[in-house]
Design a protein around this ligand. Structure first.
Ligand SMILES: [Zn+2]
Length: 509
């Protein structure tokens, strides 16, 4: 464990906390004054107004909630020759819990062994004064003490300077780094860890499980990079300026999103189409144009089917992109990475992969959950969403066939091997990728299938719509889903939950 940090100063964070309180008090005064003069009682414009073009929904109640979400401003320079990125970040964070926060944690996901990068923080400041910090959790977290603590409702701001380097291979699977000319850098900056009633979440998941666990947040990102690199990033590029020396500066804006991803290739081409209120972008290499067109059409179709089934897609943009993930995919907020093999040798899997990842735009990007302790919740829903897609696009018979092949088969095989597992346990308890997929994907999909059959289609979709409405851009636990399901269906679902989620064949009770 590497430890580092400047001398201890408490003035910086404290002074900003005071500003937070004063501003809140001033806003209260303004509201009172407005109340005396109804003609001027309109709410002041939201500080989030610049993000409005990114969103199809702008309900005052939701916007008020979004104003409490974290806000990142990142400025970074990408050096592709040296494979480094130098960056500075400004983070605004509000304590939305009921108790004081005594320290902040940032996650350094690139330092996970499965990412294989190196993210180092050279300094942390508040209002120009250095703050102490120390690395934690095998360098995948950074601890920053808050003195005095951040009280409920207060906000704090800090700045951090960081340096990133990433691995490179000629070809093959790379979630983080370079492969086959692709540059893929999710979570390239220090990411605010999730804090809730259980404290800070700092788990280190196994390589076969997803790692990123974060609050929905707003991002403004200015990147300086070679003009030769075409980016498929998170959200919307709002500005591009050519500079001397073969570089350009691009400004991206995104939110509320759970991550910001740099994804680029020198030879990326792009197709665009509109579907169900969103502009969909497809990025692909020139030799894969037909598959790039197909991915765009599958994504458009899935976006419309799920908008109809679960509630409208909230963003005005969505992207699908060919990526160095062999025949696998990976979901990020508004951005779906699709393995390049599915554009080529595994072309028959492109459709399924696309509709699975697009479903994550509801079950991850909108409703977040802990990928270490309850991966089955979003993976099961994303997986079983393909039943919805097949039933609505190809008919019920095709959907039933999908269930038999994709979920009943693998789950039956695992049981025949005495490997049935309780879903409600941390990711590393599943031991292997194969078992993880048989349980967290297949068995979980069969739970949602059993639920749909028990309550009927109408009630099933009413449950999912209520779940999205209630937890959009929030984090849900399995108990939250069970509660919504129970309330909407007016049924005791305990036996079903017991059977599929809390127990396993042959496991001790
Ligand atoms: Zn998934």
């Amino acid at each position: 464990m590497e430890r580092s940090g400047g001398h201890v100063t408490r003035r910086g964070l404290y002074s900003l906390l005071v500003i937070g309180v004063i501003l809140a008090a001033l806003m209260g005064t303004a509201a009172l004054l407005a109340g005396c003069r109804p003609a001027q009682s309109a709410a002041p414009p939201s500080a989030l107004e610049p993000y409005r073009p990114l969103l199809n929904t702008w309900e005052p109640e939701e916007v008020r909630y979004w104003e409490g979400l974290p806000r990142y401003t990142i400025t970074a320079t990408l050096n592709t020759a040296e494979r480094t990125l130098q960056g500075k970040m400004h983070l605004r964070f509000t304590n939305r819990e009921q108790s004081p926060i005594y320290e902040l944690y940032l996650r350094l996901y690139p330092n996970l062994p499965q990412y294989g990068g190196e993210l180092r923080v050279s300094g942390v400041w508040s209002a120009g004064s250095p703050l102490p910090f120390e690395y934690d959790r095998a360098d995948t977290a950074l601890k920053i003490p808050c003195t005095p603590p951040i009280q409920p409702g207060q906000w704090a701001e800090l700045d951090a300077a960081f340096t990133l380097s990433w691995p490179a291979v000629d070809e093959g699977w790379v979630l983080f780094g370079e492969s086959a000319g692709f540059l893929s850098l999710p979570y390239f900056y220090p990411t605010l860890a999730v804090h809730n009633g259980q404290g800070w979440h700092l788990d280190i998941p196994p390589a076969f499980a997803d790692a990123g666990f974060s609050e929905a947040a707003f991002y403004d990102v200015w990147l300086t990079l070679p003009t030769s690199l075409t980016l498929a990033g998170t959200g919307m590029q709002v500005e591009e300026q050519l500079q001397e020396g073969g570089v350009k500066q691009v400004h991206w804006r995104a939110g509320p999103v759970r991550d910001f991803v740099i994804l680029g290739h020198a030879r990326y081409q792009e197709l665009v189409r509109e579907a169900c209120g969103a502009r969909i972008h497809s990025f692909f290499l020139p030799e894969d144009r037909a598959a790039g067109q197909a991915a765009l059409d599958y994504a458009a179709s899935a976006l419309c089917v799920y908008s109809d089934a679960y509630g409208p897609y909230p963003f005005t943009v969505m992207t699908v992109a060919e990526a160095p993930l062999t025949f696998h995919g990976m979901e990020f907020s508004g951005l779906n990475l699709l393995g390049m093999d599915t554009y080529r040798s595994h072309r028959d899997e492109l459709r399924y992969l696309t509709i699975h990842e697009v479903a994550h735009q509801w079950w991850y990007a909108q409703v977040g959950n802990d990928p270490y302790n309850c991966a089955w919740l979003d993976e099961g829903l994303a997986e079983y969403s393909s039943y919805t897609y097949y039933a609505r696009v190809y008919g019920r018979e095709e959907a039933e066939r999908l269930r038999t092949l994709r979920w009943e088969g693998p789950y039956a095989y695992a049981r025949s091997q005495g490997q049935d597992k309780v879903l409600a346990q941390p990711a590393d308890q599943f031991v292997s990728q194969r078992l993880y997929e048989s349980m967290v994907y297949a068995k979980a999909a069969l739970f949602f299938d059993a639920l749909r059959r028990a309550v009927g289609d109408d009630v099933y979709y009413a449950i999912l719509q209520a779940y999205v409405r209630q937890y959009r851009f929030r984090i849900a636990a399995p108990a939250d889903f069970f509660q919504v399901a129970g309330e909407v269906s007016r049924r005791d679902l305990t036996p079903l939950i017991q059977q599929w989620v809390l127990t396993a064949e042959g496991a001790a009770p």
